[in-house]
Design a binder for this molecule. Structure first.
Ligand code: PGA
Length: 248
């Protein structure tokens, strides 16, 4: 299984900054074998970054997608448009989208199907808040998010998806889950997938960790059995730190 290191740039970097970053990454980053690298700029920078990445092994992701193929949805972007812009992946259900625009599990499930229908690979983000963890509700929350998020996803499609476990209390806070805490939830996620899709598919599904990942903690996280990569926010904005994470 290839591990996946994905940089989520959130609402940072102008088109020019994003393009220059991508050009430097292509020129300077030596990707170790068995690793896949993805960057997710904001919508306006997608085409320029796609052009900069052309011919390289680095792949492009979007940070959001609409659940309909086209229509009168002002301000929205469809999966087909993202494919056309050069994306291979799309982040769906990030906690910042669950919180600010108030995306529900049901909507996230529909977005996932819309992405898969166009051949866009979804990175489904799930994770509990601090209050939920303290109430002992982590596994209940995770189960609900997986069941709803993957509702109606066919057996043949599940392998194209990636699950990102991002405990909300670890995102942008500098508070990483310990490798043991993350592994415990990743193993639970894999078991949940196994119950729904069988052992073979569950064994192949990539489950990546996100939440204050940096070049100092990536190595230990990646040494856990069920951690197959990382979704990196803040530390992906700087080329040195992102490169160091890729080379963990
Ligand atoms: P962070 O963000 O690495 O800045 O905590 C991770 C994410 O939101 O995907």
């Amino acid at each position: 299984m290839q591990s996946l290191i994905a940089g989520n740039w959130k609402m940072f970097k102008t088109v020019r900054e994003a393009e220059l970053f991508a050009r430097r990454l292509v020129a300077e980053l030596d990707i170790p074998p068995g690793r896949e690298v993805v960057i997710a700029p904001a919508f306006p920078a997608l085409c320029a970054v796609a052009a900069a990445l052309r011919g390289s092994a680095i792949k492009l992701a979007a940070q959001n997608v609409h659940d309909q193929a086209q229509g009168a949805f002002t301000g929205e972007v469809s999966a087909g448009m993202l494919i056309d812009a050069g994306c291979e992946y799309v982040i769906i259900g990030h906690s910042e989208r669950r919180t600010f625009p108030g995306e529900t599990d049901d909507l996230i499930g529909r977005k996932l199907l819309a992405a898969l229908a166009q051949g866009l690979r979804p990175i489904l983000c799930i994770g509990e808040t601090l209050a939920e963890r303290e109430q002992g509700a982590t596994f209940t929350v995770i189960t609900g998010q997986i069941k709803e998020g993957l509702k109606n996803v066919a057996l043949g499609d599940i392998g194209d998806a990636v699950i990102a476990y991002e405990p909300v209390w670890a995102i942008g806070t500098g508070k990483t889950a310990t490798p043991e805490q993350a592994q415990e939830v990743h193993a639970f996620i894999r078991n949940t997938i196994e119950d729904a899709y069988g052992k073979e598919l569950a064994g192949k599904l990539r489950i990546i960790y996100g939440g204050s990942v940096n070049s100092g903690n990536i190595g230990k996280l990646m040494s856990e059995k069920d951690i197959n990569g990382a979704l990196v926010g803040g530390a992906s904005l700087d080329i040195e730190s992102f490169s160091a994470i890729v080379k963990y």
